[in-house]
Design a binder for this molecule. Structure first.
Ligand SMILES: Cc1ncc(COP(=O)(O)O)c(C=O)c1O
Length: 326
């Protein structure tokens, strides 16, 4: 696979660390566990979108864009990282966000990611329904604007995680680990799709587990296949089989963005064994699945930490109620 043929801008610090997590592994009582730290990749408080944005914004700049428009929910990490990337590149950033969200309250509605969107200089359009969203989009769209999909998830964005798969497999190989299981949080799909496609193209013998945080597994699985097919077409390689990919949805709980007791427990476990913070929406829920898998796996298990910490502050009242001393 040749990724050098695609225009790309440098946004993150690569490679991200692959850290041993011995105290977490001991607590789980299974094989070695490792944390792939895509939460500490630099720009705009970091996270998984930077790898996608390197390709998406590379293309947009090559096409002469001066404005980037994208979509998401109120607490979108993708929006926040797009805003930061646009700030760095001198692009105008228009975030068309939906106000229909699973949580309410001052922290969720005004803090966390959304306040950072403003800090990074994005224009935020908070829309109550589809009609308002369409109107806001029409108002900001123009000839030199490029529109990115929710979560930066299309075939081009997924190439960022094909590159990540190459990086991660290389890091594992350098440690003498050639068979492992990678657990990935799955939302709009391009992260897990890129990892699944990249590992298959490398002929890697390990497995990939996508833990959905939003959609039913069958739907999420279909989205992953479509994204993989799109990326494969861009790369000029055959559509992947994805026999090494499993998708589950049983750690979503009552819904996307709604905290579960298991999520808070695992978030606490990562924090008190390794000093690593998870977020309540993505990494926290995927880590519930990771905990289950890592307790019984017979090969090392890698948790892909996709970031999202700013979102934690949107849940500050819930976190204080659970962990605060008062
Ligand atoms: C912190 C975090 N982790 C994981 C994901 C899921 O990645 P993807 O949308 O590529 O499936 C997201 C996406 O919004 C995210 O913000």
């Amino acid at each position: 696979m040749d990724l050098s043929a695609f225009p790309r801008v440098a946004l993150g610090s690569w490679p991200t660390p692959l850290d041993d997590a011995p105290r977490l592994a001991a607590a789980l009582g299974g094989p070695p566990v490792l944390l792939k730290r895509d939460d500490v990749n630099g720009l705009g408080a970091g996270g998984n979108k930077l790898r996608k944005l390197e390709f998406l914004l590379g293309r947009a700049l090559a096409d002469g864009a001066d404005t980037i428009i994208t979509f998401g929910a109120l607490q979108t990490n993708h929006g926040r990282q797009t805003a930061a990337a646009c700030a760095k590149l001198g692009l105008r950033c228009e975030l068309v966000l939906t106000a229909r969200v699973p949580m309410t309250g001052e922290a969720y509605e005004r803090s966390g990611n959304i306040v950072l969107d403003h800090v990074f200089g994005a224009n935020v359009h908070l829309c109550a329904d589809a009609e308002e969203t369409a109107a806001a989009y029409e108002k900001v769209n123009h000839d030199k604007a490029v529109t990115l999909p929710i979560g930066g998830s299309n075939g081009l964005g997924a190439l960022g995680y094909v590159a990540a798969a190459v990086e991660l497999v290389g890091q594992l190989h350098d440690r003498g680990i050639d068979d492992a299981l990678i657990v990935v949080p799955d939302g709009s799909g391009a992260t897990a799709a890129g990892i699944a496609l990249g590992t298959e193209l490398l002929g890697w013998p390990g497995k990939v587990h996508a833990a959905s945080v939003s959609h039913p597994a069958a739907e999420a699985s279909q989205v992953l296949r479509t994204l993989c097919a799109e990326s494969a077409a861009l790369l000029g390689v055959p559509e992947p089989e994805l026999a090494h990919l499993t998708v589950t949805d049983d750690t979503v709980g009552p819904g996307y963005g709604v905290p579960t007791p298991e999520m808070w427990d695992v978030l606490k476990l990562f924090a008190e064994t390794e000093g690593v913070l998870l977020d309540p929406v993505y990494t926290g829920k995927a880590a519930v699945k990771f905990r289950e898998i890592a307790a019984t796996s017979d090969v090392p298990v890698v948790f892909l930490h996709t970031g999202g910490l700013p979102g934690f502050y949107g849940y500050a009242p819930e976190a204080v109620a659970r962990f605060g001393s008062a």
